[in-house]
Design a protein around this ligand. Sequence first.
Ligand code: PAF
Length: 280
Amino acid sequence: MYRVTHKKALRSCVRNWHQGGQSVALVPTMGNLHAGHLQLVKQAKQLADKVVVSIFVNPGQFSEGEDFDTYPRTIEEDLRNLEEVNPDMVFNPDVDEVYPGGVEYETQVLVPGLDNIFCGAFRPGHFQGVATVVSKLLNMVQPDIAVFGKKDYQQLLVIKKLVNDLCIPVEIFGAETVREESGLALSSRNRYLNQQEKDLAAKLYQTLSGIAEAVQTGRDDYQQLEADAVETLENNGFKIDYLSIRNAADLGAPAGGELVVLTAAWLGEARLIDNIQIKR
Ligand code: PAF
């Protein structure tokens, strides 16, 4: 497992792989890796000959007052954890390598229709920051395929759209969410939960599962289902940013196709997001 910090070294290695006829997958992360990230790497290894994991805490996607300064940077521990799944390369650039002109002065990528709703409405500029850094990472690494977790469902759609709109020649693969036995989706932000909150947090997945089952058995009173779920969660101490049943393809109002129920909710200091796709 090579560790590189400069795009020149990264590019030359990836070029050699491509010239040797090998396909390359990218798994972008912000580090503080948990079992969910390791699963993305395992998935990537099944999809390509070589796997690059990027570890970069992107200042561009944190809004004023968010946890950029305190976001855990655990590179040594991350490298040790990665040994278990053994990617071919870890790309761990510093901020100047990614934004040599300064974060605020460089070109930004907007994804209209998707970047200002749901999480985007509560975290202004967040998806612009994600779209910008992911565009940069895709251009720096030039992978054949990039793997993202479905837990960040809106982020996955933002990335699929930007790749399509900007004609970036890469396939985007959405990997299933890894959950604890209780159903709680793994997330770096779960560390903000104490044990009591962690037990309670499982209620989020249970509530989304309840909606998915209800829709699958024929209910289509979506607003009522949403309102009931919000009430249940609030009664259990959650503060809900949003909980909504939407079209899975574009987060538009529910129509005939596959749906997704997605939510962001605060429990204590932790902002938890989760979703379930509803096949019909
Ligand atoms: O999901 C994340 O960890 C980040 O948003 C990503 C995709 C690595 C971009 O910084």
